[in-house]
Design a binder for this molecule. Sequence first.
Ligand SMILES: CC(=O)SCCNC(=O)CCNC(=O)[C@H](O)C(C)(C)COP(=O)(O)OP(=O)(O)OC[C@H]1O[C@@H](n2cnc3c(N)ncnc32)[C@H](O)[C@@H]1OP(=O)(O)O
Ligand SMILES: CC(C)C(=O)C(=O)O
Ligand SMILES: [Mg+2]
Length: 516
Amino acid sequence: MTDTHVKIFDTTLRDGEQAPGFSMSAGQKLQMAKALEALNVDVMEAGFAAASPGDFEAVKTIATEVKESVVCSLSRCNEGDIRASGEAIKPAAQGRIHTFIATSPLHREFKLKMSKDEIVRRAVAGVELARNYTDDVEFSCEDAIRTERDYLKRVVEAAIKAGATTINIPDTVGYTTPQEIQDLFEFLVTDIEGGDGVIFSAHCHDDLGLAVANSLAAVRGGARQVECALNGIGERAGNCALEEVAMALRTRADFFGLSTQIKTQGLYGASKLLATITGNPVPRNKAIIGKNAFAHESGIHQHGVLANRETYEIMKPEDVGVSTDNLVLGKHSGRAALKDRAQKLGFDLGENQLQTVFVSFKALADEKKEVFDADIEAIILGEAVGESGPWHIDSLYVSAGSDNGKQPVATVKLHHDDGREEKWSQEAAGPVNATFLAISHITGQPLHLDSFSVQSVSEGEDAMAEASVQVSTEFNAYHGRGTSTDTVLAGARAYLDVINRIERRADRQKAIAAQH
Ligand SMILES: CC(=O)SCCNC(=O)CCNC(=O)[C@H](O)C(C)(C)COP(=O)(O)OP(=O)(O)OC[C@H]1O[C@@H](n2cnc3c(N)ncnc32)[C@H](O)[C@@H]1OP(=O)(O)O
Ligand SMILES: CC(C)C(=O)C(=O)O
Ligand SMILES: [Mg+2]
């Protein structure tokens, strides 16, 4: 690697997953890990192996399946965590242990209740133990930004001496500014004893909306690894957004003189996949991958773009995987055109997947005059995310209207993978409400909704609707998603998606408990 290469360390599956409402099942984490590998991230933090038996298994499976990226697991500086990470990354072609301990006065005094010396001792012991499992050990000083500089230097030098090959400097609470962090990295890169050959890394949070700017400034100061997450997800306001930092370094290579190895054409597809898996849509105005990122509505801009796109676009949409294809797909299109369009949207469909998606595509094309890119995405994501069941909708019939005081009625028929089948009719104030109540009655899951929303994913009166449902239980938040050209059916699918997630989670927990 050259000195101009900036490593992308993706933490979507660890720090990203830590945010409320973003947890993923092991299968979903593997699916995201494959998408991150296809993006060519240098390192992916697959989880925190000691957090739970489920996360241990998820890290281990990802370590087994992912070949091109380094697979990493996070651990506190204690024996149990590091051994769990070491075991979980054992199958990896390239495995890393990331161990951390907080160093700032606030964290030392109030959280860890440890002296400066004790923290140095823990850091050294942690790195040494991790080195017994792998030569690739990363050490982080949590809350580094609020740590006294001389003490930070002391801890970092001790960690390097103990065998750390990457030193990560987290701005854990998103407190720093570009000038400050650039200055800190310049200091570390030049003043740390034993620092030659060590990669210095930045891990910035977005509490003040500065995570990307701070990461870029760190890189200007000498950082050669940036920790980031797709769609900027992560603790509180999130982490540095992978797509933003990668495109900033690429678009302004003239300024930074640096590069990453990210295959940027996959960014849009990977971002969509994450939004679908977690049920958290990307805001329209989000940089790089938001719906409006390459859209122009005002006349002066449209006039400019028609004359030359560069008047108002600093990146090409196709460079981030946003399709500009004008081939119209409809009921007379075949697999070749569908596969080609899917590829342009950032999805590489295998033969079996193509076949399933093709069947849904034809069914939709029978209902709609024209199938738009957003429709195709919705089908692929629906099939790809496809951890469907155990409950399935067989039929849904709704009567609604303004007929002198009569309430809307929904009649729903469901079947379960274990063979149960039931039909139920329910009256309620609205058709969606009636549908949800009927589903709750059949499945025995009365849910309290935090939110329900529907948005159109394509154009025209026959547009596909995408429904999102959010539900909180005592311990977890769940997101469900459903699509259809029929709004009530989209809502029913999203609601049932949540019930299925709750049931699958309960089944997984039972299976884990049975193993122990
Ligand atoms: C900035 C970050 O993103 S850090 C990563 C945050 N991620 C997570 O916490 C997700 C995974 N965490 C978990 O599943 C749980 O917190 C576990 C399994 C790790 C630990 O659970 P518990 O044993 O119940 O401890 P709990 O979470 O209540 O408290 C953390 C303990 O770790 C200690 N600790 C915190 N950080 C470190 C560290 N880096 N090294 C050593 N010990 C640490 C705390 O002092 C506290 O110790 P105590 O139990 O002696 O008071
Ligand atoms: C564990 C560390 C790297 C972290 O996430 C933080 O400090 O924000
Ligand atoms: Mg963090």
